[in-house]
Write a protein that binds this ligand. Structure first.
Ligand SMILES: [Zn+2]
Length: 413
């Protein structure tokens, strides 16, 4: 049976969803926990209902539309409908609308669901006013401990109160809302938010994984002194030392083979005065890679260059790791199946990593069977009003999601 998504309906729903926005902010802004966000989710709830789904709010205030199957395990398919300030119309929304469309056409065609199909609009994927992101998918994976639930927004309300206000039940979030045994596969369609697909002139990407991130704060202590009277040979300039780290980090990452990016994005010097030799410098350094070993190699490289400033040049140095997020790998069997499905349909594609975070990261903590599909972002732009994906790519992405579900429904036990 050949089942097709309706390209016009998908596009119209996407554009309609983007109209729920904060008119006082630039672009298509719909921050989580706002009235426009709640209104959008009520509209999505009705859309899910008319797609034949049974709709509930789970304890994490995720909007969930469900279709039962004949076996106990289900496909979890979704993304998010909240945005950053000054957002576009595709990031997250595409994955939610496409998932609802898949459910809709399967329902219309009387598809005999073997696995259940549960469509998720995850609560607050973007950084929320409470300082935490991927709130709803964290609730699903059991990664919302009390110290996060008690974080407060600028009005002094806790995240727990925010979740309750959005329709959830924070009292039961100490345990994961889903177990690995509940899930046949987690699938998410998303825009790439980068330039790879466009530069390859390809309409589809299969995500290999979402890169891990480590962040460091490095402090270097030299000696401040008079910028005129201190002889050049007698200086102990903390900014000159820091500049060697900036250069070496860049050069090291640039010559690596594989997916890695390292950036010194912050620098502070003291006393930061035109006529004083810098006495201390503090650097903020970030590295992202798909391969945990690669991240380890960077960590030891950074440790080496920082300690050589101490041993060879007599600076006082310290290094703190401030963030450690492991890479989230997509399932190789699902990637292979998607590749076969796409080839069979004649859809050109590549495999590529995701350099940005997604709800899929949290879902890998629940189930190893996760897969993501990317469609191109014009100019690689995202998180801005110029964010754009061509209607034909939107349609192909939704159809690719549908074909993947159909094939996996047959293949997975
Ligand atoms: Zn997103």
């Amino acid at each position: 049976m050949a089942i097709h998504i309706d390209p016009d309906r998908v596009w119209q729903h996407l554009m309609r969803l983007s109209e729920f926005r904060d008119a006082s902010s630039p672009g298509w802004t719909r921050r989580a926990f706002t009235p426009e966000y709640q209104a959008a989710r009520q509209w999505l709830k009705d859309l899910m209902t008319s797609a034949g789904l049974e709709v509930t709010w789970d304890p994490g205030a995720n909007l969930v539309g469900s279709h039962t199957g004949s076996v106990p395990t289900r496909f979890v398919v979704g993304s998010h409908s909240d945005t950053v300030i000054g957002a576009g119309r595709f990031d997250g929304m595409l994955g939610v609308i496409a998932a609802i469309e898949c459910a809709h056409v399967l329902h219309e065609n009387g598809w005999p669901f073997r696995h259940g199909l549960h469509v998720y609009d995850f609560l607050a994927e973007e950084p929320s006013p409470y300082g935490v992101s991927t709130v709803g998918s964290r609730a699903v994976s059991g990664h919302l401990p009390p110290n996060l639930l008690s974080l407060r927004n600028s009005r002094g309300e806790t995240l727990a109160e925010g979740i309750r206000g959005a329709g959830g039940d924070p009292a039961v979030l100490s345990k994961p809302l889903l177990a690995g045994d509940d899930i046949a596969a987690y699938l998410e369609l998303h825009i790439e938010q980068g330039p790879s697909l466009e530069s390859h002139k390809l309409p589809l990407g299969i995500v290999t994984g979402i890169v891990g991130i480590r962040r460091y704060r490095v402090m270097i202590e030299g000696s401040p002194g008079h910028a005129g009277t201190t002889p050049m040979g007698a200086r102990h300039d903390a900014l000159v030392a820091a500049s060697t780290i900036v250069t070496q980090v860049h050069q090291w990452a640039a010559k690596q083979v594989g997916n890695i990016a390292a950036t010194v994005g912050q620098i502070e010097i003291q006393p930061n005065a035109l006529n004083v030799i810098p006495g201390t410098s503090t650097l903020g350094i970030e590295v992202r890679a798909l391969d945990a070993d690669h991240l380890d190699r960077f960590t030891s490289f950074l440790g080496d260059i920082v300690s050589s400033l101490k041993t060879h040049h007599d600076y006082e140095t310290s290094i703190f790791e401030t963030t450690r997020e492991n890479p989230a790998l997509m399932d190789t069997a699902i990637r292979r199946t998607m590749g076969e499905v796409f080839r069979h349909q004649g859809w050109e594609h590549i495999e590529l990593p995701s350099w940005a975070g997604h709800d899929a990261v949290q879902m890998t903590h629940v189930s190893s069977r996760c897969g993501m599909i990317f469609v191109p972002s014009r100019g690689g732009l995202s998180h801005c009003p110029e964010e754009w994906t061509e209607p034909r790519d939107v349609a192909l992405g939704a159809q690719a999601l549908l074909q993947s579900i159909l094939r996996l429904d047959r293949d997975i036990n």
